[in-house]
Each structure stands twice: as structure tokens, then as C-alpha cells.
Design a protein around this ligand. Structure first.
Ligand code: CP
Length: 322
């Protein structure tokens, strides 16, 4: 099959399916643009007209709270109409194909499809078949990719740390099945992060040819030492049904982020988690809600990043840079 490009003219995004291949300047531009959509606490959310007249359809075939709600809010705040389809409750459950679902919504003049699916390749498959004026954004593709999450994680780190070059970023937990870890590491590598560390038990560590350049640790105490950023991951139980599930109490003992363990990181280290969290498993409640946690800021940044991506794609379609 011919290679597919997510880019339109001039290196601008027509779709966003993956962060692979994005130039650092383009990532920085999206982070900058997102910063402009953030309001101060107590202010009304910022709004724009970049998507006036557009329709954005969220088609989610896996559960979501943050991604789906933030894409909907991003679309509405930019002046678009938004439609949310729970694919588990759509006519797909009656046997309708993915493409027939897409063609049906395209006939209702949808401009952007945001797609989350457990099956690898679905966002690209849809992007290959939509009309030329229609865009596709991945809202999470199997274990492979979650591009807007990678961008919002990079934005959060930038806000707290001011850059990437001198940082040690430790990603902890079920890295093997994590699309969040893959997209975050792609963004951080492009932005020149100083050191990327992966901490996981052997069965949850990704294959050796993935995460090039990352240091790997089975010991959490070793992997967290002097870290600037600690990113905790949920065990993706839905993706590891074929292998024995970890004992959760034992897992918390070895890989749970507690206040005692966080002391091994730098005193000003930030704690991240993409959500949803399993408190008492990968993270203790006092750390999740503690002064070093930036988890809710990640959620706020998620809306701004999705506004930036949608506005960028709208500008690509109009044939102009923002
Ligand atoms: N981080 C994330 O993708 O969360 P949701 O599954 O709630 O969208």
C-alpha cells in the first residue's frame, strides 16, 4: 500500500495521526498556540472563530473522559458544532462498517473526525478514505499513539520546567501497552529532552527496538533518582488479557509512587499522570493530590492543545499559516 502522509501543503498538518515525523518547530508552534488559548484562573475560557461553520465528530470506540470532553469543548470554543458518537452504542454494534459510519457522517457535512479505536491503523484507514476537505485526528490508537496527549504532556513540562534539554524524565508503569508513553517520548525526543528513563517490571517493558535512547530500569528507586519529571501510567488491563494480571498490592509496593519514593526525585520534581488514575495502585492519593502533582494542569492543557491542533488544521485547509 502506498505510504500515507498526514501533511497538507507546506509541511502543515491536514490530519494528526501520529507525532512521528513532526518537525520540532511544528511541535513548538502547536505548544505556543495552545499557550495562547489558556486563560487565568477565574477568567472565562478563551474562545475563537477559527472553526466557525465547521462540524467536528468524536467517534470513540473505547472509553474516554478527558480526550472526548476536551475535543468537544475545543471544537465548541472555536465556533464549531460538535457531535459525539459512542461507537459501542452506534450502528457499528449492528454490523455497520467503520467506513459506512464515516460516509454517513460525511453526508451530514462533518469536517473533522476525531477517532479513538483499540484496533491499530483505524485512524489512518479512515484518513485514506475521507473526502479531500475532511480531516482526521487520532484520539488514541490502540497501544501505538495518542498524539494530542503527547503534545499536552510536553506543554505541561514546558510550563513548569521552561525547557527540555537539562531534564531527566522518568516514565513509570505499563510502558509496554501505553500509547501515552509512546507519544510523550516522541514529542520529548523531538524537543531534545536530556534523558528519558523507563521504569517497569520486565513483562511491562516495551521491546528493545522501541523508545530508542531511553534508559531502562526494573528498579523504581533507581529510575526515579534525581528525576525532574515523574510520569506515572495506569496498567492497561484491557490490553493484557492474554497474560497473567499483576498482583495489585505487590505492584503498588514495587511500582506505586508514594511520598517516600518521590523524595528520591529532585525536590522540585513534578508528578504527571494522563488519567484515569488508579489510586493506591500506580499512585498514592497523597501524591496524586499533593503539591508536586500537575495532573489537573495536564487536563486544562488538553483543551488548549486540542484547540491549537484544530485551529492549525483549519488554517491548513484555508491554505494559510496561523
Ligand atoms: N488521557 C486520556 O486519554 O484520558 P481519557 O481516556 O479519559 O480520554
Amino acid at each position: 500500500m502506498a505510504e500515507f502522509s498526514q501533511f497538507g501543503g507546506g509541511g502543515r498538518l491536514r490530519h494528526l495521526l501520529t507525532l512521528d515525523g513532526l518537525e520540532p518547530d511544528l511541535i513548538r508552534e502547536l505548544l505556543d498556540r495552545a499557550g495562547a488559548w489558556l486563560s487565568r484562573p477565574g477568567e472565562l475560557p478563551r474562545r475563537g472563530h477559527e472553526l466557525q461553520g465547521w462540524t467536528v465528530a468524536n467517534l470513540f470506540a473505547e472509553p474516554s473522559t478527558r480526550t472526548r470532553a476536551s475535543f468537544e469543548l475545543a471544537a465548541l470554543r472555536l465556533g464549531a458544532d460538535a457531535v459525539n458518537l459512542d461507537m459501542m452504542l452506534s450502528s457499528r454494534a449492528k454490523g455497520e462498517s467503520v467506513l459506512d459510519t464515516i460516509y454517513t457522517l460525511q453526508a451530514m457535512q462533518v469536517d473533522v473526525f476525531v477517532i479513538r479505536d483499540a484496533e491499530p491503523g483505524v485512524p489512518e484507514y479512515v484518513a485514506r478514505h475521507v473526502e479531500p476537505q475532511v480531516s482526521v485526528i487520532s484520539g488514541g490508537e490502540a497501544h501505538l499513539s495518542h498524539p494530542t496527549q503527547g503534545l499536552l504532556d510536553a506543554l505541561t513540562i514546558l510550563q513548569y520546567k521552561g525547557g527540555f534539554r537539562d531534564l531527566a524524565v522518568t516514565i513509570v508503569g505499563d510502558v509496554r501497552h501505553s500509547r501515552v508513553a509512546r507519544s510523550a517520548s516522541t514529542a520529548l525526543a523531538a524537543l531534545g529532552v536530556g534523558e528519558l528513563r523507563l521504569v517497569a517490571p520486565a513483562e511491562l517493558m516495551p521491546d528493545a527496538d522501541e523508545f530508542p535512547g531511553a534508559l531502562r530500569f526494573e528498579s523504581f528507586d533507581a529510575g526515579i533518582a534525581h528525576a525532574d519529571v515523574v510520569m506515572m501510567l495506569r496498567i492497561q488491563r484491557e490490553r493484557i488479557a492474554a497474560t497473567p494480571q499483576p498482583d495489585l498490592a505487590r505492584y503498588h509496593e514495587l511500582y506505586g509512587l508514594t511520598a517516600a519514593r518521590l523524595h528520591r526525585a529532585r525536590p522540585e520534581a513534578i508528578v504527571m499522570h494522563p488519567g484515569p488514575m488508579n489510586r493506591g495502585v500506580e499512585i498514592s492519593t497523597d501524591v496524586a493530590d499533593g503539591p508536586q502533582s500537575v495532573i489537573r494542569r495536564q487536563v486544562t492543557n488538553g483543551v488548549a492543545i486540542r484547540m491549537a491542533v484544530l485551529a492549525h488544521i483549519a488554517a491548513t485547509r484555508r491554505g494559510c499559516a496561523l
